[in-house]
Design a protein around this ligand. Structure first.
Ligand code: NAD
Length: 367
């Protein structure tokens, strides 16, 4: 498919290709939609087998960010970047500073952050060259580790799911199966335990299991047994695609609500399948938006309290999605897309209101 055809198919606004032979940089920035605000999304470093694979990934990921920002009620659009290279062997200060200079050249239409294969340290190199970067350490005035905010968003999302599915205001006494006890999973277990839930957990890494057993009195099951666990809620906080033809029939939980990205192996098929089984699924990009909310807060000067307070909004967002899905008899993932698209459409209409601003040439123009 040609580049323009690829862009047209999901209505991407802009693609920017950068190469710098001195540093070995080969990067692509995709800006999907800036209706609501500047495009924010992480920079993925990956040894793509072909330029076509890199292009496909950056187009797909940037579109996902438009929906995630829109549903999180952030004034941001969707973008993403990829650096073609091996994150273990190809990183250098100058590579990331070179990338930063190119991002600066986009003049704020795209704001970058860390993603798979990039780290806080890399973003600090990027920051030497551009202000349009987030995901900086707390020590340098950034937002630091997003996981506690993500976990809090997932926790309020579980509460909204319990309200909708079980008609309860409290999760005390409910059993939650948490898959993955890493950055987000650990904090989520803490919130759940403090709220009186009983935990059933699985992880591949023994020290992470021991910590939640010691601190939160969790029961442990094998990594493949979590799908059969007799729990009220299944909270996937490890890998993607754990909702599939093989696992959905095994679930005893009536709610799926967790932090992992891309939980549905096939968005259309498995959104329907969970729905038909009577399971309430909390769409991943709505419930795990706390991480994005956290980095977005850096733009106006980071304030941790504000980030936590915005993540509380995930409760109402999920209820809106659940109610729309019920009203229109569609899956929750489909309803989430509708809610996000509605916000993009409504904000776009606002822009019909004439404003005058002074432009850089001193003339007045319409924006
Ligand atoms: P992490 O790498 O810190 O933790 C993942 C944990 O899952 C690890 O402890 C790992 O051992 C475990 N794991 C891997 N395979 C497993 C398996 N088959 N069964 C059970 N456990 C397994 O990651 P994280 O930052 O906690 O993120 C968890 C998920 O949430 C990821 O999908 C991530 O993309 C998503 N997410 C994270 C954030 C954030 O703020 N960190 C924000 C949004 C979404």
């Amino acid at each position: 498919m040609s580049v323009f055809t690829s862009m047209e198919s999901k209505d991407h606004e802009q693609l920017a290709f950068f190469q710098d032979s001195d540093t070995g940089l080969k990067a692509i920035v995709a800006i999907h939609d800036t209706t609501i605000g500047p495009a924010l999304g992480g920079c993925r470093m990956w040894p793509y087998e072909s330029e076509g694979d890199a292009l496909k990934d950056v187009l797909r990921l940037s579109r996902g960010m438009s929906y995630k920002a829109a549903i999180a009620n952030l004034n941001l659009g969707g973008g993403k970047s990829v650096i073609i290279g091996n994150s273990k062997t190809d990183k250098s200060e100058t590579l990331f500073r070179s990338f930063g200079r190119f991002v600066e050249g986009l003049n704020g239409r795209y704001i970058t952050a860390e993603d798979v294969g990039t780290s806080v340290k890399d973003m600090e190199w990027v920051r030497m060259e551009t202000q349009y970067v987030t995901g900086i350490s707390r020590a340098l005035g950034g937002s630091g580790d997003p996981s506690p905010v993500t976990a809090q968003g997932v926790f309020v999302g579980i509460k909204a799911s319990v309200k909708k599915q079980l008609g309860k205001n409290s999760i005390a006494g409910l059993k939650v199966g948490v898959q993955g006890l890493g950055h987000v999973g650990y904090y989520l277990c803490k919130y759940l335990h403090d709220a009186g839930a009983k935990l059933v957990v699985a992880d591949l890494y023994e020290p992470s299991i021991k910590r939640v057993v010691d601190e939160f009195n969790a029961d442990v099951v094998g990594v493949d047994d979590i799908y059969d666990a007799d729990v009220d809620i299944y909270a996937p906080c490890a890998l993607g695609a754990t909702l599939n033809d093989e696992t959905i029939p095994r679930l005893k939980a009536s709610i799926v609500a967790g932090a992992a990205n891309n939980q549905l192996e096939n968005e259309l098929v498995h959104d329907k399948m969970v729905c038909e089984k009577g399971i309430l699924y909390a769409p991943d990009y709505a419930i795990n938006a706390g991480g994005l909310i956290n980095v977005a807060n850096e733009i106006d000067g980071y304030n941790r309290e504000r980030a936590f307070s915005q993540a509380e909004g995930i409760y109402d967002t999920l209820l809106t999605i659940f109610n729309l899905a019920e009203k229109e008899n569609i899956g929750n993932q489909a309803a989430a897309a509708k809610v996000a698209e509605q916000r993009m459409t409504e904000v776009a209409k606002l822009k019909n209101i004439y404003l005058t601003r002074k432009n850089v040439m001193g003339k007045r123009d319409q924006t």
